[in-house]
Design a protein around this ligand. Structure first.
Ligand code: GAR
Length: 200
């Protein structure tokens, strides 16, 4: 019989390269299982990636998310009920741009992780996502950037850091070249998730 492993559900809003890395890692290593991908945009490429990789995917609107609702298999349900039904042990944010509501943090305390494309506590907070972050880092003349993986609490980009790694920022860097450097560092996310899950 297959050993049972922790289930994660990925929340994403965009392209989904991090989600794809996590799903492939899970499929190879079998140290955790991706039960579903949830997304707040019907046209996000992450849905195509999930489909190709055979992972169930569902969408909600921002207001459904705030009010703990999900249309699941044609039926309007409580999002938390569906997450429990999916056996969710951890929620992993991978380029997810909505603020995580209190009800989710209360239900999965210390069990929600986020990746941020800068060295928190700098360059975080509302509106700080994707290229906005890299533009701000360059505009501030920073010599370093990087990624931060942290536990999600009730403030944007704020909870305890569990992993941080740096890269240099040179005067020649543009938001695009910095994005490429940071993106490379983001490859660590699946392994950091594995490490975090295994020590709890
Ligand atoms: C990633 O760079 C991630 O760190 C960032 O969005 C990108 C998503 O890319 N997250 C944030 O900015 C959160 N504040 P992806 O959709 O290809 O994984």
């Amino acid at each position: 019989m297959e050993k049972s492993v922790p289930n994660i559900v990925i929340f994403a809003s965009g392209s989904g390269s991090n989600a794809e890395n996590i799903i492939k890692w899970a499929q190879n290593r079998k140290t955790y299982r991706v039960a579903a991908v949830l997304c707040n945009r019907k046209d996000a490429f992450v849905l195509t990636r999930a489909e190709r990789l055979g992972v169930p995917h569902y969408t909600f609107t921002a207001s459904e998310f705030r009010s703990n609702t999900l249309v699941y298999k044609g039926e309007s349900r409580k999002l938390t009920d569906v997450l429990h039904e999916l056996g969710t042990d951890f929620i992993i944010l991978a380029g997810f741009l909505l603020k995580v509501p209190e009800y989710l943090i209360a239900e999965w305390p210390e069990r929600i992780l986020n990746i941020h494309p800068a060295l928190l506590p700098s360059f975080g907070g509302k509106g700080m996502y994707g290229d906005h972050v890299h533009q701000a880092v360059i505009a501030a003349g920073e010599k370093e950037s990087g990624i931060t993986i942290h536990i999600v609490d009730n403030q944007y980009d704020h909870g305890k850091t569990i992993y941080q790694v740096r890269c240099t920022v040179t005067p020649e860097d543009t938001p695009e070249t910095l994005f490429a450097k940071v993106h490379e560092l983001e490859r660590a996310y699946p392994e950091v998730i594995e490490g975090y899950i295994s020590q709890l």
